[in-house]
Ligand binder design. Structure first.
Ligand code: ADP
Ligand code: MG
Length: 251
């Protein structure tokens, strides 16, 4: 069994009387993709928001590496090595692909507390930021598109860009919310290849609807319905589970 990088235990998030996430536990392992599926409103995005610190849980706990992060801010969690993409895009459309990735890498650097010595060394820091951005661009397969205006890039390239921007923060754990949404077949295939490449370096949680992609990618599969986990385990076993078929897969 590979190393667990993120571990969430008994997470619950209530919005008024509604438990959007109800007693959910997940582990994310290095070099493994943990897919989370479920119908709209199942609580998948809320779970992602809990893990990234964008929402505080009502109860439960989260550890990232050796650190308890249950009540940490998104910035602190990012510095600890968790990167996420958003279902709604974060891209600055008038800027180039490169500028977007560079800004994402810079925002990570800017989160460091101000330090005059660091400021004096800013040229060196800039070089490190540039290098991180270059690596993210290449890993996401966008080097040839670096000078494109982001708003003129295709939908698939914009989703790749979002991942490059997430990679530019130098994460060990990646949370990706529906990276294949709205993609055609060729774009989806390219994204699946990209995600498989990322798996060699990262622990990943993937919220996705595309069943073919899920079974091509998932090392572990969790099925949520109405905030609750109804099944979690090996993808092949989940696929054969009749209660899952009835509740979600529609097979
Ligand atoms: P999914 O991503 O699986 O489609 P969500 O996590 O977005 O599901 O939503 C789960 C449930 O929580 C839904 O019933 C949704 O309406 C509700 N919900 C999500 N965010 C909020 C919020 N900020 N305030 C109130 N209810 C919310
Ligand atoms: Mg969602």
């Amino acid at each position: 069994m590979s190393e667990v990088l993120l571990s969430a235990r008994n997470l619950t998030k209530k919005f008024g009387g509604l438990a959007a996430v109800n007693d959910v536990s997940v582990d994310l392992w290095r070099q493994r993709i943990h897919c989370v599926i479920g119908p709209n409103g199942a609580g998948k995005s809320t779970l992602t928001n809990l893990l990234s610190g964008d929402l505080p849980p009502t109860s439960g706990s989260i550890t990232l590496g050796a650190h308890e992060i249950t009540t940490a801010s998104p910035e602190q969690i990012s510095r600890r090595g968790l990167g996420r993409s958003y279902q709604k895009t974060n891209i600055f459309l008038p800027f180039t692909v490169w500028e977007n990735v560079r800004l994402a890498a810079q925002s990570r650097a800017a989160q460091q507390p101000f330090n005059p010595l660091r400021w004096l060394q800013s040229a060196r820091a800039d070089a490190a930021v540039n290098q991180r951005a270059e690596q993210a661009l290449e890993l996401a397969g966008l080097t040839a598109r670096r000078d494109f205006i982001a708003g003129a890039a295709s939908h698939g390239e914009q989703r790749q860009l979002e991942i490059a921007m997430t990679l530019a923060t130098n994460p060990q754990v990646l949370l990706l919310d529906e990276p294949l949404a709205g993609m055609g077949v060729a774009e989806a295939e390219r994204m699946v290849e990209l995600l498989l490449r990322l798996k060699t370096h990262h622990a990943m949680m993937l919220v996705e609807h595309d069943i073919d992609a899920i079974f091509a990618l998932a090392d572990h599969l969790t099925v949520m319905v109405n905030g609750t986990v109804i099944a979690s385990g090996e993808p092949a076993a989940i696929r054969a589970d009749r209660s899952v078929q009835a509740a979600y897969l529609g097979e």
